[in-house]
Design a binder for this molecule. Structure first.
Ligand SMILES: *Cc1c(COP(=O)(O)O)cnc(C)c1O
Length: 405
């Protein structure tokens, strides 16, 4: 399928290019001492992703450890409540550890093992990436250092406990504001010291090449499964698919299965409290081109050109940029990016719980809210929503801040 001059039959062969660019976005803007480390990861990935042993081992893990394939559920009562459009959910909430993140963490940790590394390193904000990575480290018998700001450590006590129970080393970062940004810097510094024996595992389709590509490839299992399952269930492709976009990994996972199909694709960013800078994290909607955390993309900047403070009710969507591939697909128009605010999200959270018996992660509830909006606009057809994770982690927060609706 050709779209805006781009041939999608050969899309995955051509994007990213060998330097990690999706059009003008992507690349690897990193200190010289880390360039060699990234090249080593890139070379290893290119060898390994074609090896039947690696692919076979990853397939076995997906099936026997993660519980894949995750099902697609037809949301019958929700659909009936809205009219003639049929809504479906891809159930990444049923993936082991309760979200899609384990899909790329298991891939990254398997790569680390094949490269002979002893340790995996990452930062975490809300702790979701840290828990998924600690799980992968335990599975493979790797050491695991998770860098986390002291403010986040206090706020996210259950996830800190999970990581420790899984045997990970939670490294407290106390300088500056002691949140995610400082944790990213500290983790990068640690990696620069330890790259001979350790590998840095990025938590989304972000960071320097080859991470946006690798994480997309590891997440593509979601889209590949979903396309086959949907065809099997309905005999057709969905008319539209929807996913929330923080860094953009669950979205790229689903989208990659449908880019070459006549399917409308929607990526949903968090509008938070409103359109003023600092009240949302809708980078593709309101941002401009810039370089941060090792890659070129569209980002929200403050008056000095640095990453701006962002806000969303969903801590997993709280990031001032999105992966370079999203910036590319945005400019191309192949994926439409839109926003959902906090209020609409919380409504959708309760609606899905009440009508379907599924408590979604607040991140995923953004996609649910947009699916509901679409269903009201469309006269007929079908919408597939990526339910990126379950909402157990969010229940205390919801009760405390919104009560029972
Ligand atoms: C982390 C997280 C997200 C956001 O990350 P992406 O890379 O944009 O997918 C979305 N949903 C859940 C449940 C998460 O844990």
């Amino acid at each position: 399928m050709k779209y805006n001059g781009i041939e999608f039959d050969t899309y995955f062969k051509n994007y990213p290019d060998e330097n990690g660019y999706f059009g003008k976005y992507g690349g690897a803007y990193i200190p010289d001492e880390l360039k060699k480390a990234m090249e080593e990861i890139n070379d290893a990935y290119f060898t390994i992703c074609k090896s039947s042993k690696f692919i076979g081992e990853l397939r076995k893990i997906r099936r026997e450890f993660q519980g894949r394939p995750t099902p697609i559920s037809y949301l019958e009562r929700l659909s009936n409540s809205l009219g003639n459009v049929q809504l479906y959910a891809k159930r990444e909430d049923l993936n082991h550890t309760g979200a899609h993140k384990l899909n790329h963490c298991m891939g990254e940790a398997l790569l680390a093992k094949y490269m002979g590394k002893k340790k995996i390193i990452a930062e975490t904000g809300a702790g979701q990436h840290g828990v998924a990575l600690a799980t992968a480290a335990a599975y493979f018998g790797l050491e695991c250092d998770i860098y986390m700001g002291s403010v986040d450590i206090k706020k996210q006590a259950p996830n800190v406990a999970r990581m420790k129970i899984l045997g990970a080393n939670v490294v407290e970062v106390t300088h500056g504001l002691a949140t995610l940004k400082e944790a990213v810097d500290a983790a990068f510094e640690a990696y620069a010291r330890e790259y001979k024996t350790a590998i840095y595992c990025i938590g989304s389709v972000l960071g320097p090449h080859p991470f946006p590509m690798m994480v997309r490839d590891f997440q593509s299992v979601v889209g590949i499964e979903a396309r086959a399952q949907f065809l099997d269930m309905t005999g057709e492709l969905p008319d539209a698919i929807v996913a929330c976009v923080g860094g953009g990994s669950n979205a790229m996972g689903l989208f990659s299965g449908f880019l070459n199909d006549p399917v409308d694709i929607y990526g949903i960013e968090p509008l938070g409290r409103g359109t003023a800078l600092g009240d949302h994290a809708a980078s593709l909607q309101y941002g401009t081109e810039g370089i941060m955390h090792g890659f070129n993309s569209i980002m929200l900047k403050d008056e000095n050109g640095d990453p701006a403070p962002v806000y969303s009710v969903a801590s997993g969507l709280d990031y001032p940029s999105s992966g370079p591939e999203h910036a590319f697909l945005h400019d191309l128009g192949r994926v439409k990016y839109d926003v959902i605010n906090d209020e609409e999200t919380i409504d959708a959270f309760f609606t899905l719980a009440r009508l379907e018996g599924i408590i979604p992660a607040i991140e995923s509830a953004h996609a649910v809210a947009y699916g509901i909006k679409l269903a009201k606009q469309m006269k007929k057809g079908s919408v597939l929503i990526n339910l990126s994770g379950r909402g157990d982690k969010d229940m205390d927060y919801i009760i405390e801040n919104y009560g029972i609706r």
